[in-house]
Design a protein around this ligand. Sequence first.
Ligand SMILES: Cc1cc2nc3c(=O)[nH]c(=O)nc-3n(C[C@H](O)[C@H](O)[C@H](O)COP(=O)(O)OP(=O)(O)OC[C@H]3O[C@@H](n4cnc5c(N)ncnc54)[C@H](O)[C@@H]3O)c2cc1C
Length: 589
Amino acid sequence: MLTERHGEKMSNSSHSLTTDVLVIGTGIAGLFAAMRAKEMGADVLVVEQGESGFSGLSVGGTHRLRPVLPEDDFDEIMKAEVRENEYLVDQDFQESALRETWDRIQDLVSFGADFRRGDDGQIKMYYNDTLYPEYKQKNICWEPMGSYKHLLKVKTETIRRGVKILDKVLAVELLKSKGKIQGAAAFNLINGDFYLLKAKAVIIATGGFCGGGSVYQSLTGDGIAMALQAGAELRNMEFGKAETCGMPIRGAGPRWISRLLNPQEQEITVTNSKGEEFLEKYELGRRMEGRKPYGPPFRVELAAMFQEIKEGNGPCYIDFRAPDKESRMREFWGSYNDRLVTEVRLTGVSLDKIKYELGLVFGHCQAGGIKISPNGESSIAGLYAGGVATDLCGVMQYTVLSGMMGSMITGRRAGESAARYTNDQSEVMIDEEQLESVKREMFAPIEHKQGISADEIRLKAQKAWLNIDLRTQARLEKAMEEFQELRKEASDIVAQDYHELAKCHKIKNYLYCSEAVAAAALGRQETRLEHIRLDYPLTDNKEWLKWVIVHLEQDKIKSYLENLPMERWKYKPEPTVENRLRLKEGTSL
Ligand SMILES: Cc1cc2nc3c(=O)[nH]c(=O)nc-3n(C[C@H](O)[C@H](O)[C@H](O)COP(=O)(O)OP(=O)(O)OC[C@H]3O[C@@H](n4cnc5c(N)ncnc54)[C@H](O)[C@@H]3O)c2cc1C
């Protein structure tokens, strides 16, 4: 193909590669998937849009891992974790995965990862509180934290085992023939070369999706959207945090500070302009005696903040001021917060003087994704998934099996299942018609003379996201309409170069994922976890022990409800119907 643009000729050639298992993404999930598939005897190829070992959330996720130790009371932990996940976790998965956590830590140790150790040389445990005062999760921390070197060690081991990795290759579409996945189509971000990646099985390990806000813009949910378009089901897309943050009042201090800045401190307060701690009025926002909270579900904070502003009590503030903040943060976060501390110092303030205006930093960092079985199978033949591109079988954030741990476990399982599957598959069949149209569509934005840019679409989509953060039927329906409109607008999307071409494909994925969140949020007519429906404030354990499943039907996103098999599972909630947004007794607004 030869393209002339802005007086410059861009030529690209085509490559065709064949493998047993194709892994997309080199975060911790992709690397664990690749190693396991290879160990099972499959030929494995991995593609990464960035530079492997330096890309993805896994580079940032270097603070802690939560294990269950062999000597722990397993039943107690199962019970508490099911509760932390508010009963939506697949208990079959959780049971087997919790038993696996210590082995995965041992894998990392064997690859050379350094964990913080006590004077006795043993890995040191740190404890953090959960929603339930009597249950504390164990954390182990990497040393030094905030470093990318642990992922590099995993990458080195993956290559040592004979896995091939192709960097700077962006997967754009899954290829399918006779109902089975047969590989993917991709292009090289530097020179625009086209890649036909033929594979008997594909593992998606492309990481998460983050809607709204301006942080984590690269988390466009590529793998989730590719799977959706190939016919796979998504689950739990309505869950995810809308994280609030502090924004500088008069320009002093860093641009924003995470609400999670120091979850261990009681001193952090959220107040309105009258100095009242307004969250205390809400059952879900209340501080619990003796608990050092992460904070309430952030959407409660948002809804409460909007209410305060409406009543003339705005703006609201988040007050991080507390004596000796820096050293206490270091105790908990280690060098993880070094960058923040430097940033704070550069702006001429000190951490213990920061009082910020309360704002929204990002709309949604999802907990849902590709629906997988406990073995990492998606709902279509030949497609497997691991890490936060999946729904982690219903695991929610801040639990033992979320983040890096859940990603290692699901990645490894996907690798094993995919390798097994390839044993029974003969040749890869490519549907030539699909291939031609995929290739044409892939480079179309470069051919377009004029049209809308990916950045313009992004800005419009971010506005639409407010209707997802403050959830009511009408707002969510509006959001769905807006995303559908934007998908239409995106058919004219234009790119000047291959970097922009990547953005064009990514923004389309972002729109699919955003619409999937809106559809799932519409589907769940109750309040649970971070899914706060202002029009359905009840958490209903009688009617809503259900998953919302999202899928694509003739390019329209649809949802349906699936009952959880509670009769088969051991850990059941009380059949309560609670108003989670109710006001604390004796308080009025
Ligand atoms: C600041 C921060 C702190 C965190 N702290 C912790 C923590 O302390 N403990 C914890 O357990 N978890 C933590 N997490 C979460 C944890 O990092 C993630 O859950 C985990 O790393 C996800 O791994 P993954 O392999 O699924 O995704 P990722 O690591 O995001 O990997 C996905 C990879 O896929 C690539 N990719 C995406 N799309 C494409 C495409 N179309 N084609 C080719 N390649 C593609 C990406 O470039 C990336 O390399 C943190 C995350 C962040 C950002």
